[in-house]
Design a protein around this ligand. Structure first.
Ligand SMILES: Cc1cc2nc3c(=O)[nH]c(=O)nc-3n(C[C@H](O)[C@H](O)[C@H](O)COP(=O)(O)OP(=O)(O)OC[C@H]3O[C@@H](n4cnc5c(N)ncnc54)[C@H](O)[C@@H]3O)c2cc1C
Ligand code: FES
Length: 282
């Protein structure tokens, strides 16, 4: 897999050089999983199905009525299986792009460009990780739990949501043997002080030599602070509005803190997964 670069001015190599493909994928299923989210399962053999945890696709969303999404929309790989050739995305129906995506019927096709970007890594010394996410961030993190399971790395998933109905992918995490802790706004357990206490407890129990997060600025900042204080390795999958998804338009640039210096990087090209220590608030 391509490694992250340290500078936003490094020109991209040809992204199509055997790393990604623009695939016309056939819809196998496109179903509601709760009141806000749908799961789309695509038949997309070839390069698409080789996507790794944390990588994403740029998806051409259909034009429907007043909704005319000009740019493709980036979506994290929720699942990719090279044997079956299937690729899945879990998405929140939010605006023009995802409303169009939600109309796709079984048998229709959709163009997906990918896999793109730099995914998650599990360094040798990391044997027990905490995965913490919220909302659609949990879709990005579910394949990481499976990657960790395959490599014999223990996982605790701290899943944050507004209420029980919004907790996504618990079964995916549990199927990997992950210990799951759910924290909710509705009962106050998602309060930062409580989440901090959970993370400190996991660290004290020897269950946290890696922190991985996605989907919440405040949870990312909490993990970053604790990782710095306790000397824990960390990675974050960032979200940012994108256009090309290929490193060429620079619309996804964000500032990162690299060894005390502010460095601009493209989320689509240098990430979307970055060292937690480099991430800054958004
Ligand atoms: C690397 C990456 C992976 C992503 N993975 C997923 C995923 O797995 N599932 C999923 O549902 N979404 C994901 N997103 C967000 C997705 O790309 C769309 O932005 C989002 O679904 C809204 O698109 P839309 O066209 O429906 O709404 P729009 O009409 O484009 O926007 C609706 C609302 O969402 C806000 N918004 C748009 N783009 C973003 C963004 N990137 N981050 C935060 N807010 C935004 C807009 O400001 C607006 O308020 C990902 C984004 C990135 C960068
Ligand atoms: S979206 Fe074009 S450079 Fe990142």
């Amino acid at each position: 897999m391509r490694q992250p670069e340290n500078s936003a001015v490094t020109p991209p190599v040809d992204p199509f050089s055997a790393l990604a493909a623009d695939t016309s994928a056939r819809v196998l299923r496109n179903e509601w999983v709760n009141a806000e989210y749908k799961l789309i399962v695509l038949d997309a053999p070839g390069l698409a199905a080789s996507a790794e945890a944390g990588q994403f696709f740029n998806i051409e969303c259909p034009v429907v009525g007043e909704d005319k999404p000009f740019f493709r929309r980036p979506m994290s790989t929720y699942a990719a299986d090279a044997e079956t050739g299937q690729v899945e995305f879990l998405y929140k129906v939010a605006g023009a792009g995802t409303r169009g995506l939600a109309t796709l019927l079984d048998g229709q096709t959709v163009r997906i460009l990918g896999p793109l970007g730099v995914g998650f890594t599990l360094p040798e010394h990391v044997r027990s990780i905490v995965i913490m996410g919220r909302g659609v961030g949990l879709a990005t993190l579910a394949p990481l739990a499976e990657m960790a399971h395959r490599r014999g790395v223990a996982v605790t998933a701290v899943m944050s949501a507004r209420g029980p109905e919004q907790v996504l992918s618990v079964d995916r995490f549990e199927a990997t043997g992950a210990a799951v802790e759910i924290v909710l706004d509705s009962d106050g357990t998602s309060d930062l002080a409580n989440v901090e206490a959970i993370l400190r407890r996991l660290h004290a129990q020897g269950r946290a030599d890696g922190f991985y997060t996605c989907g919440s600025n405040r949870l990312m900042l909490l993990m970053k602070r604790l990782a710095g204080e306790l000397g824990i390795y960390g990675e974050v999958a960032m979200e940012q509005q994108m256009a090309c998804g290929l490193g060429m338009c620079f619309c996804c640039v964000r500032n990162f803190d690299v060894d005390g210096e502010t460095v601009s990087k493209r989320v689509c090209w240098d990430g979307p997964v970055f060292p937690l220590a480099e991430a800054t608030s958004w």
